[in-house]
Design a protein. Structure first.
Lengths: 157, 102
């Protein structure tokens, strides 16, 4: 069974809600199927693991044609907050956990969570800025070395 | 389709899940568990009962629900049912595989 997925490595570089949840749902889905999974948070993706920021992520209303509202409207004050509120309400209906709780679930499920050293240095962040579930701050080279078996796939989000 | 489990003809679907819960009992349960490399302990039975109760109340199963269940935490759940805990535990409990993505 050489084609079977055994391990999923995700690189999350964005902090819009839709991207963060895409990574979380896929990483959790992998664990639920008996597949190993790990997430490497880099650049803006780091917002999703910062204690003070993770519950305040937004959906992008500007430059997102799928919102089906004029770009100029999307840029008005409060529009992004409103769209985010509506989306969070819909997600709650589907029993999707908030970001903080989702991270706890992922960690408890055995999904490893890593911060990107380069991005952490660039944004002048410290270990205490991050959630306790974080497994460590590592380099991209360290992360590649986690792809240590056949059937490992890397996905950039 | 039919499958011989514990010397009885049991109706299952193509993924091996019981089609008719009335055919489920502890003996059948232990046989399916064995096929999934699970040896039933008190804690396993407790989880199986919880899952069946949820199913009979038509409440959807999810990993978030397990976290809130008060019966077991997520870490233990993964340890008890290796290789995809909700998938494996529902098969053992004789109830359908959950359709949720979370």
């Amino acid at each position: 069974m050489g084609t079977k997925v055994k391990k999923m490595l995700f690189i999350l570089s964005k902090a819009t809600i839709e991207n963060v949840y895409a990574a979380f749902v896929m990483a959790n889905g992998a664990r639920m199927e008996g597949i190993e999974s790990e997430i490497f948070f880099t650049f803006f993706g780091l917002e999703a693991i910062q204690k003070k920021k993770l519950e305040n992520l937004h959906v992008a209303t500007v430059g997102n044609p799928a919102m089906h509202i004029p770009t100029m409207l999307g840029g008005l004050p409060g529009v992004e907050a409103l769209a985010t509120k509506m989306m969070k309400k819909e997600m709650e209906k589907l029993d999707m956990p908030p970001v903080g709780e989702f991270l706890e679930i992922l960690s408890d499920s055995g999904c490893k969570l890593w911060g990107c050293k380069l991005a952490v240095d660039m944004f002048h962040l410290k270990e205490e800025d991050f959630i306790e579930e974080l497994d460590g701050i590592i380099t991209i080279g360290d992360f590649y070395s986690r792809a240590d078996q056949d059937g490992t796939h890397l996905l950039f989000i | 389709m039919k499958k011989l489990i514990a010397n009885r003809e049991i109706d299952i679907n193509e993924e091996g899940y019981l089609v008719d819960f009335k055919q489920w009992d502890r003996e059948i349960c232990e046989c399916i568990a064995g096929e999934c490399n699970v040896v039933m302990t008190e804690k396993h039975w407790e989880v199986v009962e919880y899952l069946q109760d949820k199913h009979h109340k038509e409440e959807p199963l999810s990993i978030r629900g397990i976290k809130k269940s008060g019966v077991i935490n997520i870490k233990e759940f993964y340890n008890l049912f290796p290789g995809g805990p909700l998938k494996v535990s529902t098969k053992i409990a004789g109830i359908p595989k959950p359709k949720s993505c979370i």
